[in-house]
Ligand binder design. Structure first.
Ligand SMILES: Cc1ncc(COP(=O)(O)O)c(C=O)c1O
Length: 346
């Protein structure tokens, strides 16, 4: 059963960038086996998962932090590193969770506008770093992607007292970045770098909530572990994640299918006259408002019209993109449905 939250089956859920693929059978089986021991608390050292990640990425287990989704790690980073008077810098629009870090800690959030191609402006971000900055978040890809050389040149400009989180939730889908192992090489040169990843996207385990951070030094893991309860990741979630890592061929197959779907959907939207950002992720960022000036119209009527047609997308206003919608790449049938609904809605 793939019911959408409480919305019921038959609704095209294209708002949260989940995978359209169901978890693999052996992954479900690993979770089931672990659930049979659910009378015990889960392993608080997360030993198997940390070792599996260490093996895959070549990062020592002590430099790997885990969380109940990467959102958990983001919030813990905010709690551990920020305080009133401190500053947090990130590109915007990007991920709706980032403003919560400032809201929860009393730190000041500095949002740096993406350029008109919806790409991070790294010069502008670097120029916002001051003695008060504790944390910079670069989301790559945030729809559009930066090349690794650009990320490295940016890191070289950032003082080492600033923690830089490189949020790579969608990195596997990125042709610009290419190899999802490549950015991990930066960790040996930048101890202040934290690469944030998730099992919610290409691994298709959003419902089990597993995120991880590969860190340039142990200090980030120690800091975030100090502000959380010991048992944040269930045994079933840990077991499923360990098993999922074993199927890299499946990851490649999913990436190929997603890339084909995003080319097709982006072209179809452009043919209809919409501006669409170049996507390196499992979603597209598309302008749906008629007004192309800075007073761009509100996307809400389109979001609501799609919803009436049982197609759920995310309105951009929630994260700084008035006039835009973010549409997750679903199954072929769901993507077609979105286009048909949009045709009748606009
Ligand atoms: C950029 C980005 N980072 C992190 C996440 C969080 O994912 P999770 O908490 O499911 O690991 C998301 C989810 O949509 C995201 O878009």
């Amino acid at each position: 059963m793939a019911a959408g939250y409480s919305l019921g089956a038959g609704v095209a859920m294209l708002a949260s960038n989940e995978a359209a693929f169901a978890p693999l059978e052996p992954v479900v089986e690993a979770a089931r086996r672990a659930a049979m021991g659910a009378n015990r608390y889960p392993d608080p050292g997360y030993t198997q998962l940390r070792e599996a990640l260490a093996g895959r990425y070549g990062v020592p287990a002590q430099r790997i932090a885990l969380g109940a989704g990467s959102c958990d790690l983001l919030l813990a980073a905010g709690e551990a590193l920020l305080e009133p008077g401190a500053e947090l810098v990130y590109g915007w629009p990007s991920f709706s969770m980032y403003p919560h870090l400032a809201a929860a800690s009393g730190a000041r959030a500095i949002q740096v506008a993406l350029n008109e191609q919806a790409v991070h402006d790294l010069d502008a971000i670097a120029s916002e770093v001051t003695v008060a900055t504790r944390l910079v978040i670069i989301c790559n890809p945030t729809g559009t992607a930066l090349r690794l050389e650009q990320v490295e040149a940016f890191l070289a400009r950032i003082p080492d007292y600033v923690c830089v989180i490189l949020d790579e939730a969608y990195v596997e889908f990125s042709l610009t970045v290419g190899d999802p192992l490549a950015s991990t090489e930066l960790l040996s040169r930048y101890p202040n770098l934290v690469i944030l990843r998730t099992f919610s996207k290409v691994y298709g385990l959003a419902g089990l909530r597993v995120g991880y951070a590969l860190c340039g030094s142990e200090s980030f893991r120690v800091a975030v572990d100090q502000v959380r309860q010991p048992f944040y990741l269930s045994g079933a979630a840990q077991a499923a994640a360990v098993e999922a890592l074993r199927y890299q061929d499946e990851v490649e197959r999913r990436v190929a299918a997603t890339v084909a779907a995003r080319i097709e959907l982006s072209e179809a939207l452009r043919e209809r006259g919409h501006w669409v950002a170049d996507s390196d992720a499992n979603f597209v960022w598309v302008r749906v408002s008629d007004d192309r000036q800075e007073t761009a119209g509100d996307e809400t009527p389109v979001v609501e019209a799609l919803r009436e047609r049982d197609v759920i997308v995310r309105g951009g206003s929630a994260f700084g993109g008035r006039g835009f919608v973010r549409v997750t790449l679903g199954t072929e049938a769901e993507n077609d449905r979105f286009l048909r609904a949009l045709d009748s809605a606009c």
